[in-house]
Write a protein of this length. Structure first.
Length: 660
């Protein structure tokens, strides 16, 4: 509630700069309202018009939305198209073959530019290479790669032949990779020998080897390896293949596989409120439509823009706003291999200056950590760089606190660039609630209003609308083209997670809480309402981390909660009961370290708990239910003032105050 009140008190309003509004794709609130009205009066007509305008169809669709099997909605289903054709071939036909598609900058600072013609040829060669291995439409391919041109090529090549890719973030462990390979039933893994981040070389191929050695991955017929560093890797000839050898003799053209609009373009695993991640499955046409449209609406992309999204291709933002959105609209984009703090924390500002970036899209965590760095060292303060090329800023992945927003606005945007605080999720495919930079007056900390056609609302626990000013559960009332289609291998979980019967079975449940401003109707996201944490914009399930902890032979029981953190948004706090007695002193520190390393091995370093607290037990009710509410208070370091009379074992609360 404190959160809600802070945002409700925010009174600063920043109208769109007149010069920006003048040329914007959606210019002014009247234009926004007109699009919303069009969607409201003829939903099918609205989406049908946009799908015809934005995409190139091999065979046009005759029906827009099919709701017969709701909530398994189908969009444009009898239309045929190819996503890679829409991202590449169309630009060659439009005279943009020599336009730069990707400006790639390596961790060490080397820059490579790739034109649309070159990207097309790379994708076609690799697509032909995949075909030569017998990989075909409908097969699943796991991609475990660094930020690279080749990562985008791999994704686009899969799309070209109709194979469904599943990108696994390079920070995930062998075990996480193995689970995803098995669930997806993948026929191949595309990886690289190593990745380079912050001056360090980190293995990828050997983690793939480890994943396959864990067993159950017989579905994999080949591992294709992009040679990034030339580092030593174990190579099993015939099974392991070098990407450069595979493409060496392939033709530079590849007839695209025309697929149904509903063909699964990709599966992306994400965390939910159970121990196992869910394979969010997206479609081809509806997804691409939204990727292209939001590039235009939210980012107001223009032919001369130099666009930069700092996300990793292992997350949804890297899918929609690197691999597909920018290419669908023929944009020039920067792809960066490294990290914001190497060789120093001025790297982002230096790159904006050198590449003359015009649109910059990053996460609040990055902004917050760079604020700290800039305060500590004036040599890398953004004022030391020429950032005048910028015209638009974006934020994604977590709520951006008003202080960070104001800093971003002042120091990066020179009080001149609108900031689009884009709320969306892996499941939504693209932006849902976001300002339009040439229309929406901005309020720091608010993602403002839903995009045209998106029927977002706030309801109570029974699915009834709540008035503005009252915090509740964020839902979307009508299907939209880019929405998740199902959970791979688990349609029942899809239904119960996103369209729960308690809400009538027809409201999409986002998993977030939100509140609308009394006067403006603007949305502010108040955080997840399920057991999902958001650490540095990385989404993680508390259950997943708990399962990893209890898999350790020393651990009897574990409960994980989030607590607010100045830089990472939330931090992971684990309460652990060991099978032996509660450790103290140095021993507790040692075991905490072992458990952190264990979690890194089980899930990945991003899931390492920041704090571990040992107890002889966890606070439980008499019926044995863990009182997470109390754990959250303890994690914040606050005193427990509420009634704990239902607690079976109040004595252990004191033990749990000490953090390792
Ligand atoms: C959170 C990332 C507030 C939210 C694109 C959501 C946000 C989860 C914002 C999805 C934002 C994302 N303001 N919260 N602008 N953007 N979130 O699937 O809790 O990795 O449910 O997708 O991030 O995370 P995911």
């Amino acid at each position: 509630m404190a959160n809600i009140e802070t945002f409700a008190q925010e009174t600063r309003i920043f109208p769109p700069p007149a010069a920006f509004a003048k040329t914007a794709a959606i210019s002014g609130m009247d234009a926004y309202n007109a699009l919303c009205a069009e969607a409201n009066s003829d939903y099918d007509g609205f989406w049908g018009r946009l799908a015809r305008e934005q995409l190139t169809w091999h065979k046009p669709f005759t029906k827009v939305l099919d709701e017969t099997d709701a909530p398994f909605y189908k969009w444009f289903e009898d239309g045929l198209l190819n996503v890679s054709y829409n991202c590449l071939d169309v630009h060659l036909q439009n005279g943009n073959a020599d336009k730069v598609a990707i400006v790639f900058e390596s961790d060490g600072g080397d820059v490579v530019k790739v034109t649309y013609q070159q990207l097309y040829e790379k994708v076609c060669r690799f697509a032909n290479g995949l075909k030569s291995l017998g990989i075909k439409k409908g097969d699943r391919v796991v991609i475990y790669m660094p930020m690279s041109v080749e990562g985008v090529v791999a994704m686009q090549a899969c799309a070209r032949i109709g194979a469904t890719h599943s990108v696994v973030f390079g920070g995930f462990s062998a075990k996480s990779l193995q689970e995803r390979i098995i669930d997806a039933g993948a026929v191949a893994v595309i990886t690289s020998d190593e990745q380079v981040r912050g001056g360090k070389r980190l293995p990828l191929k050997s983690i793939v080897d480890e994943a396959l050695a864990l067993g159950g991955c017989d579905c994999i017929k080949n591992v294709i390896v992009y040679q990034r560093t030339g580092g030593n890797v174990t190579f099993n000839p015939g099974f392991d293949l070098w990407m450069h050898e595979l493409v060496a003799n392939q033709a530079a053209d590849c007839e695209p596989e025309w697929v149904s609009a509903e063909h699964p373009l990709f599966i992306l695993y994400t965390s939910g409120s159970t121990g196992t991640p869910k394979g969010v499955q997206h479609s081809s046409a509806g997804y691409l439509l939204w990727a292209a449209l939001t590039m235009k609406w939210t980012f107001d992309i223009k032919p001369d823009d130099v666009y930069w999204c700092t996300a990793d291709i292992g997350w949804i933002t890297g899918h929609t706003y690197i691999a597909y959105g920018p290419t669908a609209v023929g944009a020039t984009q920067i792809i960066f291999e490294g990290i914001p703090t190497f060789p120093n924390a001025g790297r982002f500002w230096d790159m904006i200056q050198r590449h003359k970036a015009t649109i910059f899209y990053t996460a609040p965590t990055a902004i917050r950590s760079l604020i700290k760095a800039a305060d500590a060292d004036e040599k890398i303060h953004p004022s030391q760089y020429d950032l005048t090329s910028l015209r638009l800023l974006g934020s994604v992945g977590e709520p951006i606190n008003p202080e960070a927003w104001m800093w971003y606005h002042k120091h990066i945007g020179a009080e001149r660039c609108p900031i689009v605080d884009t709320f969306w999720q892996t499941e939504t495919g693209g932006h849902m609630i976001t300002p339009l930079p040439g229309a929406t007056p901005l309020v720091p900390g608010s993602c403002t209003l839903p995009l045209p056609g998106i029927q977002a609302a706030i309801v109570d626990e029974t699915g009834h609308d709540l008035p503005n000013g009252q915090g509740g559960i964020l839902v979307v009332k009508r299907p939209w083209p880019a929405m998740v289609r199902t959970i791979w291998n688990n349609p029942e979980r899809f239904k119960s997670t996103y369209f729960p019967p308690e809400f009538g079975g027809n409201l999409y449940l986002a998993g977030d809480g939100a509140v609308r401003n009394k006067d403006t109707g603007y949305f502010t996201i108040t955080g997840r309402i399920d057991d999902v944490l958001n650490v540095s914009g990385h989404r993680m399930g508390t259950m997943e981390i708990e399962s990893a902890l209890v898999a350790n032979p020393m651990v009897a029981e574990a409960a994980v909660v989030g607590r607010p953190d100045d830089t990472t948004g939330e931090a992971i706090c684990a309460f652990v009961v060991l099978k032996r007695s509660r450790p103290t002193g140095d021993e507790a520190k040692q075991i905490a370290k072992e458990l952190r390393d264990w979690v890194a091995k089980e899930i990945g370093p991003i899931a390492k708990p920041k704090e571990i607290r040992f107890g002889d037990n966890l606070p439980k009710t008499r019926s044995g239910k863990i009182m997470r509410r109390l754990l959250r208070i303890l994690a914040k370091g606050e005193e427990i003032t509420q009634d704990i009379s239902t607690l079976e074992n109040p004595g252990i609360l004191d033990q749990l105050k000490e953090a390792q």
